[in-house]
Design a protein around this ligand. Sequence first.
Ligand SMILES: Nc1ncnc2c1ncn2[C@@H]1O[C@H](COP(=O)(O)OP(=O)(O)OP(=O)(O)O)[C@@H](O)[C@H]1O
Ligand SMILES: [Mg+2]
Length: 490
Amino acid sequence: METVSALRVKSLYKVYGNRADKAAEILRNSPDRDEKLAGLPVTAAVVDANFEVKRGEIFVVMGLSGSGKSTLIRMLNGLLPPTYGTVEVDGVDITKLKPAALRKLRREKMSMVFQHFALQPHRSVLDNAGYALEIAGLPRAERREKALEALRMVGLDGWADKLPQELSGGMRQRVGLARALAAGTDIMLMDEAFSALDPLIRREVQDQLIGLQAELGKTIVFITHDLNEAMRLGDRIAVMRAGRIVQIGTAEEILTDPSNDYVAQFVADVDRTRILTASAVMERPLGVVDVNSGPRVAARVLRETQTSAVYVTGRGKQYLGTVTADAATQAVRDGRKDLREIVSTEYVRTVEDTTPVADIFAPCAESPAPVAVVDADGRLAGVIPRITLLSALGSLSSDADEGSTTPEPTHAADPAPTGDAMPTGDTLPTGDTLPTGDTLPTGDTLPTGDTLPTGDGTGTAPAGNGPAATPEVPAQAVAEPSARMTGEPA
Ligand SMILES: Nc1ncnc2c1ncn2[C@@H]1O[C@H](COP(=O)(O)OP(=O)(O)OP(=O)(O)O)[C@@H](O)[C@H]1O
Ligand SMILES: [Mg+2]
Protein backbone atom coordinates (compact mmCIF):
# COMPACT_ATOMS: atom_id res chain seq x y z
CA MET A 1 0.00 0.00 0.00
CA GLU A 2 1.19 3.48 -0.89
CA THR A 3 1.29 5.78 2.07
CA VAL A 4 1.99 9.04 0.26
CA SER A 5 -0.83 10.35 -1.91
CA ALA A 6 0.08 11.56 -5.38
CA LEU A 7 -1.33 14.97 -4.50
CA ARG A 8 -2.33 16.52 -1.22
CA VAL A 9 -3.93 19.92 -0.93
CA LYS A 10 -4.27 21.63 2.45
CA SER A 11 -6.15 24.85 3.31
CA LEU A 12 -5.61 26.12 -0.20
CA TYR A 13 -6.75 29.64 -1.13
CA LYS A 14 -6.45 31.72 -4.25
CA VAL A 15 -7.68 35.26 -4.13
CA TYR A 16 -7.27 37.52 -7.16
CA GLY A 17 -6.91 41.26 -6.70
CA ASN A 18 -4.93 43.89 -4.88
CA ARG A 19 -5.70 43.02 -1.30
CA ALA A 20 -5.49 39.26 -1.84
CA ASP A 21 -3.54 38.42 1.31
CA LYS A 22 -5.82 40.51 3.49
CA ALA A 23 -8.88 38.91 1.93
CA ALA A 24 -7.51 35.40 2.42
CA GLU A 25 -6.84 36.19 6.05
CA ILE A 26 -10.40 37.37 6.54
CA LEU A 27 -11.71 34.27 4.83
CA ARG A 28 -9.66 32.07 7.13
CA ASN A 29 -10.39 33.75 10.41
CA SER A 30 -13.69 35.50 10.41
CA PRO A 31 -17.02 33.76 10.89
CA ASP A 32 -18.99 36.24 8.78
CA ARG A 33 -16.18 36.32 6.29
CA ASP A 34 -18.05 36.74 3.06
CA GLU A 35 -19.66 40.00 4.16
CA LYS A 36 -16.36 41.42 5.33
CA LEU A 37 -14.91 40.82 1.90
CA ALA A 38 -17.55 42.93 0.24
CA GLY A 39 -15.48 46.10 0.41
CA LEU A 40 -12.32 44.59 -1.04
CA PRO A 41 -11.59 44.62 -4.79
CA VAL A 42 -10.91 40.89 -4.90
CA THR A 43 -12.24 37.62 -6.28
CA ALA A 44 -11.95 34.64 -3.97
CA ALA A 45 -11.52 31.97 -6.65
CA VAL A 46 -10.52 29.05 -4.39
CA VAL A 47 -11.41 29.02 -0.72
CA ASP A 48 -10.11 26.48 1.77
CA ALA A 49 -9.67 23.50 -0.54
CA ASN A 50 -8.61 20.29 1.20
CA PHE A 51 -8.26 16.96 -0.55
CA GLU A 52 -5.91 14.17 -1.52
CA VAL A 53 -5.62 12.39 -4.82
CA LYS A 54 -4.55 8.79 -4.56
CA ARG A 55 -2.09 7.23 -6.90
CA GLY A 56 -3.78 5.78 -9.96
CA GLU A 57 -7.04 7.59 -9.28
CA ILE A 58 -9.15 9.67 -11.65
CA PHE A 59 -10.14 12.60 -9.48
CA VAL A 60 -12.72 14.83 -11.10
CA VAL A 61 -13.31 18.42 -10.12
CA MET A 62 -16.72 19.54 -11.23
CA GLY A 63 -18.48 22.85 -10.96
CA LEU A 64 -20.19 25.55 -12.93
CA SER A 65 -18.31 28.15 -14.92
CA GLY A 66 -16.46 30.50 -12.60
CA SER A 67 -16.51 28.15 -9.62
CA GLY A 68 -12.71 28.09 -9.49
CA LYS A 69 -11.78 24.82 -11.21
CA SER A 70 -9.07 26.18 -13.50
CA THR A 71 -7.61 28.25 -10.71
CA LEU A 72 -7.43 25.15 -8.54
CA ILE A 73 -5.79 22.92 -11.15
CA ARG A 74 -3.21 25.58 -12.00
CA MET A 75 -2.15 25.67 -8.39
CA LEU A 76 -1.62 21.90 -8.44
CA ASN A 77 1.36 22.16 -10.76
CA GLY A 78 2.55 25.53 -9.57
CA LEU A 79 1.51 27.49 -12.66
CA LEU A 80 -0.32 29.71 -10.21
CA PRO A 81 1.02 30.48 -6.72
CA PRO A 82 -1.60 30.07 -4.00
CA THR A 83 -2.52 32.98 -1.76
CA TYR A 84 -2.41 30.60 1.18
CA GLY A 85 -2.03 26.88 1.83
CA THR A 86 0.05 24.00 0.55
CA VAL A 87 0.13 21.64 -2.41
CA GLU A 88 2.14 18.47 -1.99
CA VAL A 89 3.22 16.39 -4.96
CA ASP A 90 4.56 13.01 -3.90
CA GLY A 91 5.00 14.41 -0.42
CA VAL A 92 6.90 17.55 -1.51
CA ASP A 93 5.33 20.94 -0.84
CA ILE A 94 5.65 22.62 -4.21
CA THR A 95 4.59 26.03 -2.97
CA LYS A 96 8.07 26.33 -1.45
CA LEU A 97 9.96 25.44 -4.63
CA LYS A 98 12.10 27.87 -6.62
CA PRO A 99 11.03 28.46 -10.23
CA ALA A 100 13.69 26.17 -11.70
CA ALA A 101 12.77 23.33 -9.36
CA LEU A 102 9.14 23.89 -10.18
CA ARG A 103 9.79 23.64 -13.91
CA LYS A 104 11.73 20.43 -13.35
CA LEU A 105 8.85 19.03 -11.33
CA ARG A 106 6.36 19.90 -14.04
CA ARG A 107 8.55 18.28 -16.65
CA GLU A 108 9.11 15.10 -14.72
CA LYS A 109 5.96 14.58 -12.73
CA MET A 110 2.93 16.29 -14.18
CA SER A 111 1.66 17.12 -17.61
CA MET A 112 -1.33 19.18 -18.49
CA VAL A 113 -3.94 18.76 -21.22
CA PHE A 114 -5.90 21.87 -22.11
CA GLN A 115 -9.34 22.40 -23.51
CA HIS A 116 -8.18 23.87 -26.79
CA PHE A 117 -5.42 21.33 -27.37
CA ALA A 118 -2.77 24.08 -27.60
CA LEU A 119 -1.21 22.40 -30.62
CA GLN A 120 1.36 24.21 -32.69
CA PRO A 121 -0.11 24.61 -36.17
CA HIS A 122 3.11 24.44 -38.17
CA ARG A 123 4.50 21.37 -36.52
CA SER A 124 3.58 17.85 -37.48
CA VAL A 125 1.40 15.70 -35.30
CA LEU A 126 4.52 13.77 -34.33
CA ASP A 127 6.41 16.90 -33.28
CA ASN A 128 3.41 18.15 -31.36
CA ALA A 129 3.14 14.85 -29.53
CA GLY A 130 6.84 14.95 -28.69
CA TYR A 131 6.90 18.59 -27.69
CA ALA A 132 7.35 18.09 -23.96
CA LEU A 133 10.25 15.74 -24.65
CA GLU A 134 11.87 18.32 -26.88
CA ILE A 135 11.64 20.88 -24.08
CA ALA A 136 13.15 18.29 -21.78
CA GLY A 137 16.08 18.03 -24.20
CA LEU A 138 15.69 14.44 -25.31
CA PRO A 139 17.57 13.39 -28.46
CA ARG A 140 15.49 13.35 -31.62
CA ALA A 141 15.40 9.58 -32.13
CA GLU A 142 14.25 8.90 -28.60
CA ARG A 143 11.65 11.64 -28.84
CA ARG A 144 10.33 10.19 -32.03
CA GLU A 145 10.03 6.73 -30.57
CA LYS A 146 8.14 7.89 -27.48
CA ALA A 147 5.88 10.22 -29.45
CA LEU A 148 5.01 7.46 -31.91
CA GLU A 149 4.23 5.11 -29.07
CA ALA A 150 1.94 7.71 -27.49
CA LEU A 151 0.22 8.32 -30.83
CA ARG A 152 -0.32 4.59 -31.15
CA MET A 153 -1.91 4.53 -27.70
CA VAL A 154 -4.48 7.11 -28.73
CA GLY A 155 -5.10 5.44 -32.09
CA LEU A 156 -3.31 7.94 -34.30
CA ASP A 157 -0.41 5.84 -35.61
CA GLY A 158 -1.00 6.71 -39.22
CA TRP A 159 -1.20 10.47 -38.67
CA ALA A 160 2.28 11.31 -37.43
CA ASP A 161 3.31 13.34 -40.48
CA LYS A 162 0.12 15.36 -40.84
CA LEU A 163 -0.39 18.89 -39.63
CA PRO A 164 -2.96 19.60 -36.88
CA GLN A 165 -5.26 21.39 -39.31
CA GLU A 166 -5.65 18.17 -41.28
CA LEU A 167 -7.17 16.48 -38.25
CA SER A 168 -10.68 16.57 -36.84
CA GLY A 169 -11.36 18.11 -33.45
CA GLY A 170 -11.45 14.75 -31.74
CA MET A 171 -8.17 13.75 -33.31
CA ARG A 172 -6.53 17.00 -32.27
CA GLN A 173 -7.68 16.42 -28.75
CA ARG A 174 -6.10 13.00 -28.89
CA VAL A 175 -2.83 14.58 -30.03
CA GLY A 176 -3.05 16.71 -26.88
CA LEU A 177 -3.55 13.53 -24.90
CA ALA A 178 -0.66 11.84 -26.70
CA ARG A 179 1.58 14.77 -25.85
CA ALA A 180 0.80 14.32 -22.16
CA LEU A 181 1.30 10.56 -22.44
CA ALA A 182 4.60 10.89 -24.31
CA ALA A 183 5.90 13.08 -21.51
CA GLY A 184 5.66 9.95 -19.39
CA THR A 185 4.64 11.76 -16.21
CA ASP A 186 2.73 9.86 -13.55
CA ILE A 187 0.29 12.69 -12.99
CA MET A 188 -1.91 14.20 -15.68
CA LEU A 189 -3.91 17.36 -15.17
CA MET A 190 -6.74 17.80 -17.62
CA ASP A 191 -8.65 21.06 -17.67
CA GLU A 192 -11.90 20.72 -19.62
CA ALA A 193 -9.87 18.60 -22.00
CA PHE A 194 -12.88 17.19 -23.81
CA SER A 195 -15.30 20.09 -23.58
CA ALA A 196 -14.78 21.30 -27.13
CA LEU A 197 -15.73 17.94 -28.61
CA ASP A 198 -19.15 17.01 -29.83
CA PRO A 199 -20.95 14.49 -27.65
CA LEU A 200 -20.27 11.29 -29.56
CA ILE A 201 -16.59 11.96 -30.13
CA ARG A 202 -16.37 13.07 -26.58
CA ARG A 203 -17.63 9.71 -25.40
CA GLU A 204 -15.09 7.95 -27.56
CA VAL A 205 -12.25 9.97 -26.09
CA GLN A 206 -13.62 9.39 -22.59
CA ASP A 207 -13.60 5.66 -23.22
CA GLN A 208 -10.09 5.91 -24.51
CA LEU A 209 -8.98 7.77 -21.41
CA ILE A 210 -10.59 5.17 -19.16
CA GLY A 211 -8.82 2.42 -21.12
CA LEU A 212 -5.46 4.17 -21.01
CA GLN A 213 -5.81 4.86 -17.34
CA ALA A 214 -6.52 1.21 -16.64
CA GLU A 215 -3.50 0.23 -18.71
CA LEU A 216 -1.03 2.84 -17.49
CA GLY A 217 -2.29 3.56 -13.98
CA LYS A 218 -1.82 7.33 -14.29
CA THR A 219 -3.05 9.67 -11.61
CA ILE A 220 -5.46 12.02 -13.30
CA VAL A 221 -7.09 15.21 -12.12
CA PHE A 222 -9.85 15.90 -14.59
CA ILE A 223 -11.80 19.13 -14.66
CA THR A 224 -15.21 19.35 -16.19
CA HIS A 225 -18.43 21.24 -15.84
CA ASP A 226 -20.31 18.32 -17.31
CA LEU A 227 -21.89 16.17 -14.66
CA ASN A 228 -22.26 13.09 -16.79
CA GLU A 229 -18.64 13.27 -17.84
CA ALA A 230 -17.69 13.59 -14.18
CA MET A 231 -19.79 10.58 -13.27
CA ARG A 232 -18.40 8.52 -16.12
CA LEU A 233 -14.76 9.23 -15.50
CA GLY A 234 -14.35 9.95 -11.84
CA ASP A 235 -13.28 7.44 -9.23
CA ARG A 236 -14.10 10.32 -6.95
CA ILE A 237 -15.65 13.67 -7.69
CA ALA A 238 -15.16 16.99 -5.95
CA VAL A 239 -18.06 19.39 -6.46
CA MET A 240 -17.07 23.07 -6.39
CA ARG A 241 -19.33 25.99 -5.82
CA ALA A 242 -18.18 29.59 -5.72
CA GLY A 243 -14.61 28.64 -4.87
CA ARG A 244 -15.41 26.06 -2.24
CA ILE A 245 -15.40 22.30 -2.49
CA VAL A 246 -18.84 21.40 -1.19
CA GLN A 247 -18.59 17.62 -1.48
CA ILE A 248 -16.08 14.93 -2.34
CA GLY A 249 -17.23 11.39 -2.99
CA THR A 250 -17.84 8.65 -5.50
CA ALA A 251 -20.51 9.22 -8.12
CA GLU A 252 -22.78 6.92 -6.19
CA GLU A 253 -22.19 8.71 -2.89
CA ILE A 254 -22.90 12.06 -4.46
CA LEU A 255 -26.09 10.78 -6.04
CA THR A 256 -27.44 8.91 -3.07
CA ASP A 257 -26.19 11.19 -0.33
CA PRO A 258 -25.70 14.76 -1.58
CA SER A 259 -24.17 16.89 1.14
CA ASN A 260 -26.54 19.81 0.59
CA ASP A 261 -29.36 21.12 -1.58
CA TYR A 262 -26.95 22.61 -4.06
CA VAL A 263 -25.34 19.27 -4.84
CA ALA A 264 -28.73 17.60 -4.86
CA GLN A 265 -29.96 20.04 -7.47
CA PHE A 266 -26.81 19.76 -9.46
CA VAL A 267 -27.09 16.00 -9.75
CA ALA A 268 -30.82 15.97 -10.29
CA ASP A 269 -30.47 15.63 -14.04
CA VAL A 270 -28.02 12.79 -14.18
CA ASP A 271 -29.09 9.42 -15.44
CA ARG A 272 -28.91 7.51 -12.21
CA THR A 273 -29.61 4.17 -13.74
CA ARG A 274 -26.15 4.33 -15.32
CA ILE A 275 -24.45 5.24 -12.07
CA LEU A 276 -26.22 3.18 -9.48
CA THR A 277 -25.30 -0.45 -9.51
CA ALA A 278 -27.01 -3.65 -8.51
CA SER A 279 -25.40 -3.46 -5.10
CA ALA A 280 -27.20 -0.19 -4.38
CA VAL A 281 -30.68 -1.63 -4.93
CA MET A 282 -30.31 -5.28 -3.96
CA GLU A 283 -31.95 -6.79 -0.92
CA ARG A 284 -31.14 -9.59 1.42
CA PRO A 285 -32.42 -12.83 -0.08
CA LEU A 286 -35.16 -14.37 2.00
CA GLY A 287 -34.75 -17.99 1.08
CA VAL A 288 -31.17 -19.22 1.04
CA VAL A 289 -30.25 -22.83 1.67
CA ASP A 290 -26.92 -24.54 1.89
CA VAL A 291 -26.32 -27.07 -0.85
CA ASN A 292 -25.69 -29.77 1.74
CA SER A 293 -29.04 -29.31 3.44
CA GLY A 294 -31.17 -31.40 1.06
CA PRO A 295 -34.53 -31.09 -0.72
CA ARG A 296 -36.61 -31.30 2.46
CA VAL A 297 -35.02 -28.19 3.91
CA ALA A 298 -35.41 -26.43 0.57
CA ALA A 299 -39.09 -27.31 0.49
CA ARG A 300 -39.59 -26.06 4.03
CA VAL A 301 -37.84 -22.73 3.32
CA LEU A 302 -39.92 -22.35 0.18
CA ARG A 303 -43.08 -22.80 2.23
CA GLU A 304 -41.95 -20.44 4.96
CA THR A 305 -40.90 -17.69 2.64
CA GLN A 306 -43.74 -18.25 0.18
CA THR A 307 -41.39 -17.85 -2.73
CA SER A 308 -41.16 -19.74 -6.00
CA ALA A 309 -37.47 -20.52 -5.69
CA VAL A 310 -34.76 -20.67 -3.05
CA TYR A 311 -31.16 -19.63 -3.62
CA VAL A 312 -28.61 -22.34 -3.09
CA THR A 313 -25.11 -21.58 -1.90
CA GLY A 314 -22.09 -23.78 -1.39
CA ARG A 315 -18.87 -23.37 0.53
CA GLY A 316 -18.14 -19.73 1.38
CA LYS A 317 -21.57 -18.56 0.18
CA GLN A 318 -20.65 -19.46 -3.40
CA TYR A 319 -23.79 -19.04 -5.49
CA LEU A 320 -24.85 -22.26 -7.20
CA GLY A 321 -28.34 -21.53 -8.52
CA THR A 322 -31.92 -21.92 -7.42
CA VAL A 323 -34.28 -24.73 -6.60
CA THR A 324 -37.90 -24.24 -7.56
CA ALA A 325 -40.86 -25.31 -5.49
CA ASP A 326 -41.79 -27.91 -8.10
CA ALA A 327 -38.31 -29.41 -8.18
CA ALA A 328 -38.05 -29.53 -4.40
CA THR A 329 -41.44 -31.15 -3.98
CA GLN A 330 -40.73 -33.72 -6.67
CA ALA A 331 -37.32 -34.54 -5.15
CA VAL A 332 -38.86 -35.08 -1.72
CA ARG A 333 -41.47 -37.37 -3.26
CA ASP A 334 -38.80 -39.34 -5.12
CA GLY A 335 -36.77 -39.71 -1.96
CA ARG A 336 -33.77 -37.88 -3.41
CA LYS A 337 -31.30 -36.48 -0.91
CA ASP A 338 -28.88 -34.31 -2.85
CA LEU A 339 -29.78 -30.73 -3.65
CA ARG A 340 -27.02 -30.60 -6.27
CA GLU A 341 -29.13 -32.74 -8.59
CA ILE A 342 -31.93 -30.22 -8.76
CA VAL A 343 -30.11 -26.89 -8.56
CA SER A 344 -30.64 -24.86 -11.70
CA THR A 345 -28.99 -21.72 -13.04
CA GLU A 346 -31.69 -21.39 -15.69
CA TYR A 347 -34.71 -20.40 -13.65
CA VAL A 348 -33.39 -17.17 -12.14
CA ARG A 349 -31.15 -14.72 -13.95
CA THR A 350 -27.87 -13.63 -12.40
CA VAL A 351 -26.21 -10.21 -12.50
CA GLU A 352 -22.98 -8.95 -10.98
CA ASP A 353 -23.05 -6.49 -8.10
CA THR A 354 -21.32 -3.90 -10.28
CA THR A 355 -23.92 -4.07 -13.06
CA PRO A 356 -25.54 -0.66 -13.64
CA VAL A 357 -29.21 -0.55 -12.77
CA ALA A 358 -29.95 0.28 -16.41
CA ASP A 359 -28.76 -3.18 -17.38
CA ILE A 360 -30.83 -4.99 -14.80
CA PHE A 361 -34.25 -4.23 -16.24
CA ALA A 362 -34.14 -6.95 -18.86
CA PRO A 363 -32.90 -9.75 -16.56
CA CYS A 364 -35.45 -8.65 -13.99
CA ALA A 365 -38.27 -8.74 -16.49
CA GLU A 366 -37.25 -12.18 -17.71
CA SER A 367 -36.67 -13.75 -14.34
CA PRO A 368 -39.68 -15.35 -12.65
CA ALA A 369 -38.09 -14.89 -9.21
CA PRO A 370 -35.81 -12.10 -7.94
CA VAL A 371 -32.59 -11.81 -9.90
CA ALA A 372 -29.54 -13.14 -8.04
CA VAL A 373 -26.68 -10.68 -7.48
CA VAL A 374 -23.22 -12.18 -7.24
CA ASP A 375 -19.97 -10.48 -6.30
CA ALA A 376 -16.64 -10.73 -8.11
CA ASP A 377 -15.87 -13.95 -6.26
CA GLY A 378 -19.14 -15.58 -7.25
CA ARG A 379 -20.75 -15.26 -3.82
CA LEU A 380 -24.43 -14.52 -3.48
CA ALA A 381 -24.52 -10.85 -2.48
CA GLY A 382 -28.24 -10.25 -2.65
CA VAL A 383 -31.31 -10.39 -4.81
CA ILE A 384 -33.35 -7.84 -6.73
CA PRO A 385 -37.08 -8.36 -6.82
CA ARG A 386 -38.74 -6.51 -9.68
CA ILE A 387 -40.78 -4.43 -7.32
CA THR A 388 -37.60 -3.22 -5.64
CA LEU A 389 -36.10 -2.17 -8.92
CA LEU A 390 -39.25 -0.32 -9.89
CA SER A 391 -39.52 1.30 -6.51
CA ALA A 392 -35.91 2.42 -6.50
CA LEU A 393 -36.30 3.83 -9.97
CA GLY A 394 -39.53 5.53 -8.97
CA SER A 395 -37.84 7.38 -6.13
CA LEU A 396 -34.95 8.30 -8.38
CA SER A 397 -37.26 9.70 -11.01
CA SER A 398 -39.23 11.78 -8.57
CA ASP A 399 -35.97 13.22 -7.22
CA ALA A 400 -35.11 14.22 -10.73
CA ASP A 401 -38.48 15.85 -11.30
CA GLU A 402 -38.12 18.06 -8.27
CA GLY A 403 -34.64 19.22 -9.05
CA SER A 404 -34.71 20.33 -12.63
CA THR A 405 -33.98 23.95 -11.84
CA THR A 406 -30.68 25.63 -12.50
CA PRO A 407 -28.55 25.72 -9.35
CA GLU A 408 -27.20 29.21 -9.92
CA PRO A 409 -26.67 31.61 -12.78
CA THR A 410 -23.51 30.90 -14.66
CA HIS A 411 -20.75 33.45 -14.79
CA ALA A 412 -20.11 34.55 -18.29
CA ALA A 413 -16.46 33.70 -17.87
CA ASP A 414 -14.02 33.13 -20.67
CA PRO A 415 -13.65 30.13 -22.86
CA ALA A 416 -16.51 27.95 -21.77
CA PRO A 417 -19.62 28.42 -23.82
CA THR A 418 -22.18 29.43 -21.25
CA GLY A 419 -24.90 27.20 -22.57
CA ASP A 420 -22.59 24.34 -21.71
CA ALA A 421 -22.24 25.17 -18.10
CA MET A 422 -25.04 22.94 -16.99
CA PRO A 423 -25.26 19.29 -17.70
CA THR A 424 -27.27 19.23 -20.86
CA GLY A 425 -29.11 16.53 -22.68
CA ASP A 426 -26.58 16.16 -25.43
CA THR A 427 -23.88 14.94 -23.13
CA LEU A 428 -25.99 12.33 -21.48
CA PRO A 429 -25.26 8.68 -21.99
CA THR A 430 -26.45 7.64 -25.38
CA GLY A 431 -29.41 5.52 -26.25
CA ASP A 432 -27.56 2.25 -26.56
CA THR A 433 -26.98 2.02 -22.88
CA LEU A 434 -30.37 3.14 -21.75
CA PRO A 435 -33.31 1.12 -20.76
CA THR A 436 -35.78 1.57 -23.56
CA GLY A 437 -39.48 1.21 -23.22
CA ASP A 438 -39.59 -2.32 -24.52
CA THR A 439 -37.18 -3.75 -22.04
CA LEU A 440 -38.62 -1.93 -19.07
CA PRO A 441 -40.80 -3.90 -16.79
CA THR A 442 -43.76 -1.58 -17.17
CA GLY A 443 -47.11 -1.92 -15.53
CA ASP A 444 -48.30 -4.81 -17.65
CA THR A 445 -45.37 -6.99 -16.75
CA LEU A 446 -45.49 -6.28 -13.05
CA PRO A 447 -44.78 -9.30 -10.97
CA THR A 448 -47.81 -11.06 -9.69
CA GLY A 449 -48.26 -11.94 -6.07
CA ASP A 450 -46.95 -15.47 -6.32
CA THR A 451 -43.57 -14.49 -7.68
CA LEU A 452 -43.05 -11.76 -5.14
CA PRO A 453 -40.47 -12.73 -2.60
CA THR A 454 -41.54 -10.41 0.14
CA GLY A 455 -44.98 -11.85 0.66
CA ASP A 456 -46.46 -8.55 1.71
CA GLY A 457 -46.04 -7.10 -1.73
CA THR A 458 -44.86 -3.71 -0.60
CA GLY A 459 -41.23 -4.06 -1.51
CA THR A 460 -38.89 -3.23 1.31
CA ALA A 461 -36.37 -0.45 1.18
CA PRO A 462 -33.06 -1.47 -0.33
CA ALA A 463 -30.49 -2.45 2.21
CA GLY A 464 -27.76 -0.11 3.35
CA ASN A 465 -27.53 3.40 2.02
CA GLY A 466 -29.43 2.80 -1.17
CA PRO A 467 -32.26 5.08 -2.15
CA ALA A 468 -35.45 4.68 -0.24
CA ALA A 469 -38.06 2.65 -1.97
CA THR A 470 -41.57 3.81 -2.49
CA PRO A 471 -44.28 1.26 -3.00
CA GLU A 472 -46.27 3.03 -5.68
CA VAL A 473 -44.50 3.52 -8.97
CA PRO A 474 -46.31 5.16 -11.82
CA ALA A 475 -45.42 3.53 -15.11
CA GLN A 476 -44.57 6.85 -16.73
CA ALA A 477 -42.00 7.54 -14.04
CA VAL A 478 -40.26 4.40 -15.17
CA ALA A 479 -40.36 5.33 -18.81
CA GLU A 480 -39.39 8.95 -18.20
CA PRO A 481 -35.58 8.72 -18.30
CA SER A 482 -35.60 7.35 -21.82
CA ALA A 483 -37.59 10.29 -23.14
CA ARG A 484 -34.61 12.60 -23.13
CA MET A 485 -32.40 10.08 -24.78
CA THR A 486 -34.43 9.08 -27.77
CA GLY A 487 -32.76 9.56 -31.06
CA GLU A 488 -29.24 9.26 -29.67
CA PRO A 489 -27.30 7.01 -31.97
CA ALA A 490 -25.39 4.13 -30.52
N1 LIG B 1 -6.34 36.00 -13.64
C1 LIG B 1 -7.46 36.32 -13.01
N2 LIG B 1 -7.63 37.52 -12.43
C2 LIG B 1 -8.75 37.87 -11.77
N3 LIG B 1 -9.78 37.03 -11.62
C3 LIG B 1 -9.70 35.80 -12.16
C4 LIG B 1 -8.54 35.39 -12.87
N4 LIG B 1 -8.73 34.11 -13.31
C5 LIG B 1 -9.95 33.76 -12.86
N5 LIG B 1 -10.53 34.76 -12.17
C6 LIG B 1 -11.83 34.72 -11.51
O1 LIG B 1 -11.82 33.66 -10.57
C7 LIG B 1 -13.03 32.95 -10.58
C8 LIG B 1 -12.75 31.48 -10.90
O2 LIG B 1 -12.28 31.37 -12.22
P1 LIG B 1 -11.82 30.01 -12.86
O3 LIG B 1 -11.29 30.29 -14.22
O4 LIG B 1 -10.93 29.30 -11.91
O5 LIG B 1 -13.21 29.23 -12.94
P2 LIG B 1 -13.59 27.89 -13.71
O6 LIG B 1 -14.36 27.09 -12.74
O7 LIG B 1 -12.39 27.29 -14.32
O8 LIG B 1 -14.58 28.42 -14.83
P3 LIG B 1 -14.81 27.87 -16.34
O9 LIG B 1 -15.66 26.67 -16.21
O10 LIG B 1 -15.53 29.01 -16.99
O11 LIG B 1 -13.48 27.61 -16.95
C9 LIG B 1 -13.92 33.63 -11.59
O12 LIG B 1 -14.75 34.51 -10.90
C10 LIG B 1 -12.95 34.38 -12.46
O13 LIG B 1 -13.55 35.53 -13.00
MG1 LIG C 1 -11.82 26.86 -16.31
